[in-house]
Design a binder for this molecule. Structure first.
Ligand SMILES: [Zn+2]
Length: 261
């Protein structure tokens, strides 16, 4: 029994975290959003969630229910080709849905006070998760490799893929930089709010697509697997931090728009 448990534990550790920012990324974004909510939105969120739940604790719920809720599997991303100029996103959104459409749908459901509380609570959990996923550059940009899932990488002597690298190890590396938490969690002033919080989910997806092109794909060496080291991390870290910042402030805006009026 013990050895079976050990095998299970080891295989869980080896599972690729290919579902969007890893737990750490989702948690950071939810915490940052929570700092920028108005009192009305805070009260509504407390009413919709169960006792003990917080934005941070529910931020990865959509990944946990993914195996049981098959219809949600394409909601975590949109594959915008990196070589494509900005334009309509709809051609890249499958009938089963994509992150751009789902963020708007969940925001509308959350804001609709005629909906049952349970449906609005679920919309809240989805909105918190998918607004974050929308900002993981490889959940928006794609080079025919399923957002880097099919692009083999060796990082610190460990085989992985480009997508997983951006989900978790790069977030952990960025978070280990001096002053990271002070910078990420500083209260946004008027001008930063105006600069970062405006726009639409579609525009934010095209912006993340640009980040994937410039910070994820462009610095790759030609050989496969791509052997990546500290140079790659140094280029990526500011992009990771900026995407986390944008995601947190924009999530706060969507929640204030839906619940804070
Ligand atoms: Zn996800």
């Amino acid at each position: 029994m013990r050895s079976l448990f050990r095998v299970l534990a080891v295989s869980l550790l080896l599972l690729p975290a290919a579902f969007g920012w890893g737990r750490e990324g989702h948690r950071l974004i939810a915490s940052l959003a929570a700092l920028h909510l108005n009192a009305r939105a805070q009260a509504e969120i407390a009413r919709l969630l169960q006792p003990g739940e917080t934005l941070e604790s529910i931020a990865s719920w959509a990944d946990e229910i993914r195996p049981q809720r098959k219809e949600t599997s394409t909601w975590h991303y949109i594959n915008l080709p990196v070589a494509s100029p900005h334009g309509p996103w709809q051609p890249f959104c499958p009938a089963s849905g994509c992150v751009v459409r789902i963020v708007s749908e969940m925001q509308a459901r959350l804001a609709d006070r005629t909906q049952p509380a349970a449906a609005r609570a679920e919309a809240l959990k989805f909105l918190v998760h998918f607004t974050a996923d929308l900002h993981q550059p490889l959940h928006a940009g794609d080079r025919g490799d399923r957002g880097g899932n099919d692009l083999p990488v060796v990082f610190r002597n460990r085989p992985t893929n480009l997508h997983s690298l951006w989900d978790t190890p790069l977030v952990e590396r960025a978070a280990a930089q001096p002053g990271f938490r002070q910078r990420l969690f500083r209260k946004a002033g008027f001008f930063e709010r105006r600069r970062l919080q405006q726009g639409t989910p579609a525009g934010w997806a095209w912006q993340a697509h640009d980040v994937s092109r410039d910070a994820a794909y462009a610095p790759l060496p030609a050989a496969r697997p791509a052997v990546l080291g500290d140079d790659y991390v140094r280029t990526a870290a500011p992009a990771v931090e900026l995407q986390l910042r944008r995601a947190g402030l924009r999530l706060a805006r969507l929640l204030n728009d839906s619940l804070g009026r």
